[in-house]
Design a protein around this ligand. Sequence first.
Ligand code: GLV
Length: 318
Amino acid sequence: MQKKIFLSRRLPRAGMDLLKTSGFLTDIHEHDDPLPPKALRERVKDVHGIICLLDDRIDRSLMDAAPKLEVISNSAVGFNNIDIDHARSRNIAVCNTPGILTETTAELAWALLFAVARRIPESDAYVRKGKFTGWKPMLMLGSDIHDKTLGVIGTGRIGTAFALRSKGFNMRVLYSGKPNPVLDRELGAENVGLETLLRESDFISLHIPMRKSNYHLLGKKEFALMKNSAYLINTARGAVVDEAALVEALRTREIAGAGLDVYEDEPELTPGLKGLPNVVLTPHTGSASTSTRDAMAAMAVENCLNVLRGEKCGNRVV
Ligand code: GLV
């Protein structure tokens, strides 16, 4: 019997071509928007593999609607959209796309840092509106980046790549969590507790996965510990930050600004967030370069094919 794969979205060409020539039966939801849960459950009834995106909720009810399911392949490095425990209990393989998006995501974190510190979107809007009528000594004053203290929360692949990019800016680098010999050696970075990092950093960037223990890691209490001149960058997952508390901290200038690529209840934004001048917002595009998205699509399809063919797959999280 020929096995069937469901792909939940139109992917970049590299992934589509690989899937369409794989020899498996395929069902492709060839659109940019996700299917609602009920429609998704209907589509996976007779499939052996699902290739999905980070906004497809692959929960117990979805898996149980697919009795033949052998593999869930996420075209993302994060996999908090998947009920891993239930997949394990059903003996369903779960795969992700690690490594290939590391540098691209680290670059977006820096882009946000620069954008908010030097007020780039505000400045751009100012010029476009015809408000630039001459050089002014006090116009669009922001923060320096060089010689400042950078705090990195989470130094896995992306956090490490992000921190290493500080090299040209002569920054003091603090990080929390497990010791990271690469950062110690390359940057003389200091492994400190979260409280010290929050108190002493001028820029704080989040690079931790979303799991229960990281839910609202930063909230009212933590923003109060940060400098009034500090900036927060989040390219990890929205729910690591209490977004309502962040809006308040930005509004009252408890902290100076934030650069956000991810949101607690994506794609919804907490009321008040988008009206703030001291926040730069991007639509979860950390990995969105043409070549990285191509590579992710190809890897997600390959992961699924490898599992269904009974071949080795190096990107299994379950
Ligand atoms: C993006 O957020 C990813 O997890 O790949």
